[in-house]
Design a protein around this ligand. Structure first.
Ligand SMILES: O=c1ccn([C@@H]2O[C@H](COP(=O)(O)O)[C@@H](O)[C@H]2O)c(=O)[nH]1
Length: 270
């Protein structure tokens, strides 16, 4: 088996670079310019990151060459030993979920995939099994960062529990069965834009790495804590609104300074 995603990530700085390329911000030909910029940026930022997250939508929007580019960049990240998260938010009936699991988890051993829990447990199990076999991980959407996430995720069942909490409890049970040391291959997404939910959700899912998208452009701020993976796409990939490697390095250092400052200790009783 390849190295385990959760062990690699758990040992690195708690910052994730999101790669969401916009061709209009690049020179010609745009795909070649995106390829070169991204590989150079990965080289420059790798020691400051626990992972790079590729947003599949931006590559799919570029057609077949775009999809091929995402696969090239994933391989480029693995060559420099940088863990990879593929943000594709897949979820479908079991037999189709198996195909998605082959496409992303089996194709990239030791990498992670975001998945949508809406279809239920039989739709998620193929991903958990593939993660176990490939040394990868699965990030289940629990509470997403967008302003409209509460419409369904905050709806309370007859027991008064919001849907996101039921998903978190399910994740926690699955995570227990897939522990790799302190952390589990079953992880979760919690928006950095909902810090109060985060406190509750960390308590409910003590063994899951939590991916926190929304840092920077969506208004989220760095959150310190074990297993909290702070993720920024626009703010790190296009700092100041355009490709700029020195500024991206500065921004990553500023985030890390906030993330790695020790938490204040409570006063000890006299
Ligand atoms: O709850 C979620 C889940 C995923 N995302 C994704 O993260 C990035 C955020 O981009 P920024 O430029 O840092 O706002 C993007 O790929 C989203 O699809 C999320 O934002 N929230």
């Amino acid at each position: 088996m390849n190295s385990e995603f959760v062990e690699e990530v758990g040992a690195r700085p708690p910052l994730v670079l999101g790669v969401d390329p916009r061709p209009a911000l690049h020179g010609n030909p745009p795909l070649e310019s995106i390829r070169r910029y991204t590989l150079e940026l990965l080289e420059a930022l790798a020691p400051k990151l626990c992972a790079v997250k590729f947003q599949a939508a931006f590559f799919e929007a570029l057609g077949a060459p775009g999809f091929a580019l995402m696969h090239q960049l994933i391989s480029g990240a693995r060559v420099i030993s940088l863990p990879v998260i593929i943000d594709a938010k897949r979820g479908d009936i079991g037999s189709t979920a198996e195909a998605y699991a082959r496409a992303y988890l089996e194709a990239y051993p030791g990498s992670a995939l975001t998945v949508n829990p809406y279809l239920g447990s039989d739709a998620l199990e193929p991903f958990f099994q593939a993660a176990q076999q490939s040394g990868g991980a699965v990030f289940v959407l629990v509470k997403t960062s967008n302003p409209g996430s509460g419409l369904f995720q905050d709806v309370q069942g007859s027991d008064g529990k919001p849907l996101y909490r039921r998903v978190a409890e399910y994740v926690a049970a699955q995570a227990e069965a897939q522990r790799v040391g302190q952390w589990s291959r079953v992880a979760a997404v919690v928006g950095a834009t909902y810090p109060t939910h985060l406190e509750e959700l960390r308590g409910l899912m003590p063994h899951s790495l939590l991916l926190l998208p929304g840092l920077g452009a969506q208004g989220g701020t760095p959150v310190r804590g074990a297993g909290l993976l702070n993720a920024a796409s626009r703010a790190l990939y296009y700092p100041g609104g355009q490709p700029d490697i020195p500024r991206a390095v500065q921004q990553a250092e500023a985030y890390l300074q906030e993330l790695q400052t020790p938490l204040p200790q409570p006063d000890l009783p006299q």
